[in-house]
Ligand binder design. Sequence first.
Ligand SMILES: [Zn+2]
Length: 398
Amino acid sequence: MNASVITAPLAPAAPPIGLDVPRVLGCVDGPEPGPILIIVGGLHGNEPAGVKALQRVLPQLAADAGGLVCGRVIGLAGNRKALRRKQRYLSHDLNRYWLPERIDRLRTSTAPLDDEDEELRELNREIERQLADATDGIYLLDLHTTSGPDLPFATLDDALSNRPFAFAFPVPVVLGLEEELAGTLNSYVESLGIVNAGFESGQHDATSAIERAEAAIWIALEVSGVLQPGRPEVTAARQQLSEGTGALPHVVEIRYRHAIRPEDRFQMDPGYRNFHPVTEGQEVGSDRQGRVSTPIGGLMLMPLYQAQGADGFFVVRPLNRLWLAASGVVRRWHWERILHLLPGVRRHPDRPGSFIVDRRYARWLALELFHLLGFGCRDKGERIQVMTRRDLDTTGNS
Ligand SMILES: [Zn+2]
């Protein structure tokens, strides 16, 4: 036999199994200057529905730019590397990375970056570019999907300026997510003065999740003032999103988060969906310690049916609309002058406008009062919680 050295050909790079897309999915300018609407899809790489929805809507708008009232809409891909791999993230959750100190460090850092830091830097640059161009209002809609077979909902960081934007979607609105999750894109852009909301359009790979994300885009275009009112697409979008959500509460608030780590090996029991009623003590899953039950009753939100993620499930409860209306009024009064008189509450020594709440003395009622007055929790400890006035609250007009 003729012995010969066979050189193994270099293994070809693994083909992408997900979406390979540019950062800017499309940018359409109207004939006149005006508000800017930024829409982000795929901040989690296993959630391509938002990207696909933008790929459908943006070309339609580009072909009909005269239909825009004014301003600009720009669609951005979130975690491009993770989208290619169809994974939630590669090394870190990009929707927990938007911390001001981290972003400041990235601006000047010359050290090698991890995958998500690179994504963060690039995406933030694009958002800052838009911010520099904004002269007449700037909005951001962050599109997501969930692992369970689910009805859509919007998420709201309850600053008054954000309310008209989030309440424009005819789906339940969830308050309080930003208090549970540090480093979300929405919380960060709010600190930049960008009016924002999140939209969860359904199950990751369902066609309906793409269609609902498209509907959310059309509604966001109108409510931000970029698109001429009365477009048939917006009317159809409202109708589409209303289907199946009529019996659900209009506004709910997060009251419990079941935080998990990979080593817990948490497994949700099958059959839960968003807004599924649960009672206090009900067993809903298992982990390495045994059965897991919910400590409070209410409605299930975002039960985890995927491998990656740090939230096993949330429990929400309906929020009275009267409460919302009242909070819109009382926030205009300067309660912060006397809040430190509450038991267990003192002014933060270093952060003006922030209060330290000792949860041993100031329980639910005091925290609810802070929410009513437009404060959110920015630093949550076991015993101590720091409540800070939301950045966009004082400029709100609803
Ligand atoms: Zn997501």
